[in-house]
Design a protein around this ligand. Structure first.
Ligand code: 9MR
Length: 468
């Protein structure tokens, strides 16, 4: 990627960061200046995030490898050992030897584990590859249930389903034996995983979903939105993030992460590697970290291996340590960016026309419901989006509240803070509930905020409140 392009991207990121000014301010005030973290896990931990790596069981006996892995990372993904072919080599005979070596190493060193992956069209055991129909569906669900039950309580996040969307312009599902069991196979897998390990976060994980304008990204986004609206138990979306010159870090990466997060899921960067070297590679890594840090619900980053020589793309030298275990420029830029933070100190204001709402649009009056009142107030405006705040006022003592925010097409709410949102199927009506207790005494107020991507429509959202 060229330097001018990166400059442009940094500008966009700063603009996006400023879009979360309220959150940013809160973070800046709440967190005293911390000592710089000297490892990736310490630096990521300053903002409550994790920093992970893929681990291969057969490399743990290499002390250079395990020393770096132990020092730098606090989240571990088994690179191959928890896949379907590894854990169920014969139908209904489960094999956890290598997976356990990784889980035990992680846990005995105080690390958490991302489980990868319960259901996938690839790396299926031979017996499964030629199955179809109900018997395949049942075998897949049995696999999800057995493996998630075996590891119950030990897994931070499961990649429940991996890579189920097609590349290219269709935005649809990838054809596979699992897909041919019926379009509901993904949600069935999520429900089985939730039942087996209610404490694990459940992720959908895919690649080439980093660029917001790609059809595949939109396809996954629509699925997650649908799942959230129908109560399918999904908690997070994993972005694999395998980059190279043919598939560079997109300039709108932060937009993608933020838009998914606005659906009410966490986002995680799950398999990061960037082919290249020197300062170009370092800058791209920095951009990815910055994008994650700019999104409150981007909860962690995992790189796909320790040293370049451990990578599935070793010849592309895509990782943070060279083959001898030395820190690369990319390592330093990631560490520095983690220490600098991403949501606290925007260095410049975004250029914006700062328009006022068009005179033909009406400002809805505050509306009350039950014994609370919701009032909308304008926040900062940019040429493509604006911030709004809703203040909830209790008219009498209330034990809880919920508030709806309705935006008009083509408007879209792309970020929220201080609340827990759900969405109707159109995506135009957000119901916001308090993140913690919603109890307020008479006269007390609380507020939440959001960013609207307005698409040229400056109409204020209408808001309601109902109390319980
Ligand atoms: O890094 C993994 C490599 O060792 C395996 O041979 C390969 C087999 O499919 O899987 C690699 O990991 C993949 C991950 O499980 C899913 N996303 C893409 C990763 C790179 O291919």
């Amino acid at each position: 990627m060229t330097t001018p392009r990166l400059r442009h991207r940094r500008g966009r990121l700063v603009a996006a960061v400023s879009g979360l000014a309220v959150t940013a301010l809160t973070v800046a005030l709440a967190v005293p200046a911390a000592a710089a973290g000297s490892t990736l896990q310490a630096a990521a931990g300053e903002s409550g995030r994790y920093f992970g790596t893929a681990i291969a069981a057969n490399r743990l006996s290499d002390s250079t490898y395990s020393t770096i892995a132990n020092r730098e990372f606090n989240m571990v993904t088994a690179e191959n050992e928890m896949k379907m072919d590894a854990t169920e080599p014969n139908q209904n005979q489960f094999s956890y030897g290598n997976a356990d070596r990784i889980v035990n190493w992680a846990r005995s060193n105080g690390k958490q584990v991302r489980g990868h992956a319960l259901a996938w069209h690839s790396q299926q055991p031979g017996w499964m590859q030629n199955m179809s129909g109900t018997s395949l569906r049942n075998a897949m669900l049995n696999h999800v249930t057995q493996v998630a039950t075996y590891y119950r309580g030990k897994i931070h996040t499961w990649d429940v389903v991996n890579e189920a969307f097609a590349d290219g312009s269709s935005g649809g599902r990838r054809d596979s034996n699992l897909q041919r069991t019926g379009n509901d196979w993904i949600e069935a897998a999520f429900r089985a995983a939730r039942a087996a390990d209610p404490g694990a976060k459940l992720c959908y994980n895919d690649y080439n979903t980093d660029n917001w304008s790609h059809a595949k990204t939109q396809g996954v986004y629509n699925m997650v939105r649908d799942f959230k609206s129908r109560g399918v138990p999904i908690d997070c979306v994993g972005f694999q993030a395998h980059f190279n010159s043919g598939n560079p870090v997109p300039s709108n990466y932060d937009v993608t992460l933020r838009n998914f997060a606005a659906l009410g899921v966490d986002v995680q960067i799950t398999e990061l590697d960037i082919e290249g070297s020197g300062s170009s590679q370092a800058q791209q890594y920095q951009g990815v970290v910055q994008a994650c840090l700019s999104v409150a619900r981007c909860t962690g980053i995992t790189v796909w291996g320790v040293r370049d020589s451990d990578s599935w793309r070793a010849s592309g030298t895509p990782l943070l340590f060279d083959g001898s275990g030395n820190k690369k420029a990319a390592y330093t830029s990631v560490l520095n960016q983690l220490n600098a933070g991403g949501t606290t100190t925007p260095t410049q204001n975004p250029t914006s026309p700062n328009p006022t709402p068009s005179p033909t649009t009406s400002t809805p009056p505050p509306t009350g419901g039950g014994s609370c009142t919701a009032t909308y107030s304008e926040g900062q405006k940019w040429n493509d989006r604006f911030n709004g705040t809703v203040t909830i006022r209790a008219n009498s003592n209330i034990s809880g509240w919920q508030s709806t925010v309705t935006v008009r097409s083509p408007q879209k709410i792309i970020a929220t803070w201080n609340g827990s949102p759900t969405w109707d199927s159109s995506g135009n009506v957000m119901t916001m509930r308090p993140s913690g207790s919603g109890a307020l005494s008479a006269g007390q107020t609380t507020s939440f905020g959001f960013t609207v991507q307005h698409g040229g429509n400056w109409t204020w959202p209408s808001v309601t409140c109902s109390a319980s």
